[in-house]
Ligand binder design. Structure first.
Ligand code: MG
Length: 490
């Protein structure tokens, strides 16, 4: 069977039987000889029916395309590595990392969109400002509101989401943000509670996504299709806020945050901070069943999905599961037809953006935090990811030139340093960026290490086929400074 035939089979099976994935993988990987050809960028079939794979260099170019990393000169966060690999076209995952400008603290988040990229794009561009404003104590907030022009609330490091929609809706978004600031100023306090601020930022932004559609419609019958596309698509979010040894994680949906910790015996352990909001989380199921009448028990969760449709049980946007049926009839049905109202839709809202917020006091043994979308966690467990990043840390030393730690160092110490470096060379990773290292292993990993042909095949698939094998992947790894944490007062 040649490459294009396989694609047809996969396409045909896409709607038929997902369990065929495994069988198709076997056909795909095991039945023919493979050759590498550096000038081809997609999987092609030559006349002699020999499949041409992406070369190792081409694979690496694809894997590294969205890499980003940044070092910090002081504080509990030493640096971070981030990367993402699309499966959907366009990618529905987004990410954002920023420094608060008027208060201390770094905010980093991964967002996984569904039903189109609009909501995840908008949330990644707007949310951190909402959070940073909620983190301002009373006096700073009042000063900020009076400023003309206003200084930036956040300094964003890796702003690559090209969201035309944000530019088009700028006036609407600025108006919403100003109204939000007024609401904040009415209840601002001198003492800021980070957990409350994170929840406020997320919930207010989610309410604004709805208000931006419904208010103009009620006032003068205007329906803006762009604000509507944002409100009808959805996004889950996992956001960390780190200030010194204090780490908070706000989670809505099914992304996850995991801390990699080194034990006394130099073993890695994975501390999973978050709990996904999906049907595997029994507390979530109980919550949803309790929020709706007994008669809906069989319909509110069907086929492991909310109302038989949506996999995450909390999210931003997704107003098809939040608005009353009358509003859906007025604003969504004209655009997408009767299917806009899910079956068995009796007692909305069925969905909420309320985050679970976790606090974790960082200790010197906590070496890094991994935040990633389910695209990564579908492929590896938290402990697998932690061990891979741990090994990567050990080998990464080789990417940096040898630096002697102090003046007047003894020859014996230099010898020891060089021996340690020589030992590390054995585990030198292929990728400098640990997020790429994880993605490479997630896609190409086998019991015997990374398999090039597996990687090359999966990266050659068109997005409609690729989506069968894997999801969009977004990974951000935040490294902690153990020395800084050691010196933090208890
Ligand atoms: Mg996903």
């Amino acid at each position: 069977m040649n490459c294009s035939n396989i694609s047809i089979v996969i396409n045909t099976c896409l709607k038929v039987d997902r369990s065929l994935k495994q069988k198709l993988s076997c056909i795909w990987y095991n039945d023919r000889p493979r050759y590498f050809h550096s000038s081809r960028t997609v999987c092609q079939t030559q006349k002699d029916d020999v499949e041409v794979l992406l070369s190792p260099q081409e694979v690496t170019v694809i894997l590294r395309k969205n890499e980003f990393n940044k070092d910090f000169p002081h504080g509990s966060v030493k640096s971070y590595d981030s990367n993402q690999l699309p499966s959907n076209d366009p990618i529905e995952d987004t990410r954002c990392e920023a420094q608060c400008k008027m208060t201390p603290g770094l905010i980093m988040g991964v967002f996984d969109g569904h039903g189109g990229p609009a909501c995840a794009q908008v949330v990644s561009k707007r949310l951190f400002k909402y959070i940073a404003a909620a983190l301002l104590p009373q006096d700073l907030l009042q000063n900020y509101i009076k400023q003309e022009p206003r200084e930036l609330l956040i300094d964003t490091f890796n702003d690559r989401v090209s969201a035309e929609i944000i530019q088009d809706l700028k006036v609407i978004y600025d108006k919403s943000f100003n109204e939000y600031l007024d609401k904040l100023s009415n209840c601002a306090k001198d003492e800021v509670d980070v957990k409350v601020s994170l929840e406020k930022g997320i919930m207010h932004l989610d309410e604004d996504l709805s208000r931006e559609v419904v208010e103009p419609f009620k006032e003068n019958g205007t329906l803006n299709h762009k604000t509507l596309s944002v409100a009808l698509s959805g996004a889950v979010a996992c956001v960390s806020y780190i200030d010194g040894p204090h780490m908070y994680i706000a989670n809505v949906g099914d992304c996850n945050a995991v801390v990699g910790t080194m034990t006394e015996d130099n073993e890695w352990i994975a501390k999973k901070i978050t709990k996904e909001h999906n049907t595997e989380n029994f507390d979530e199921l109980k919550r949803i069943w309790n929020e709706h009448p007994e008669e809906e028990r069989k319909t509110v969760i069907r086929r492991d999905r909310l109302l038989g449709e949506l996999a995450p049980l909390r999210s931003l946007g997704d107003y098809r599961y939040k608005w009353k049926a009358e509003i859906l009839s007025e604003v969504a049905v004209p655009l997408i037809g009767q299917k806009a109202i899910p079956a068995n839709y009796y007692t909305p809202p069925y969905l909420s953006a309320k985050p679970d917020i976790y606090y974790h006091r960082l200790i010197p043994k906590d070496k890094f935090l991994i935040i990633a979308s389910d695209g990564l966690w579908d492929m590896m467990t938290p402990i697998q990811a932690v061990k891979l990043v741990g090994e990567h840390m050990k080998g990464k030393v080789f990417f940096n030139p040898l630096k002697l730690p102090k003046k007047n160092i003894q020859l014996g110490d230099i010898n020891e340093l060089l021996l340690h470096r020589k030992e590390s060379l054995k585990s030198k990773p292929k990728d400098r960026n640990a997020a790429t290292h994880l993605i490479r292993h997630a896609i190409g990993g086998t019991e015997y290490g990374v398999d090039h042909s597996r990687l090359a095949h999966l990266l050659s698939l068109s997005s409609d086929v690729s989506r069968m094998f894997r999801d969009d992947m977004t990974v951000t790894i935040v490294y902690f400074d153990s020395e800084f944490l050691r010196q933090c007062p208890a």
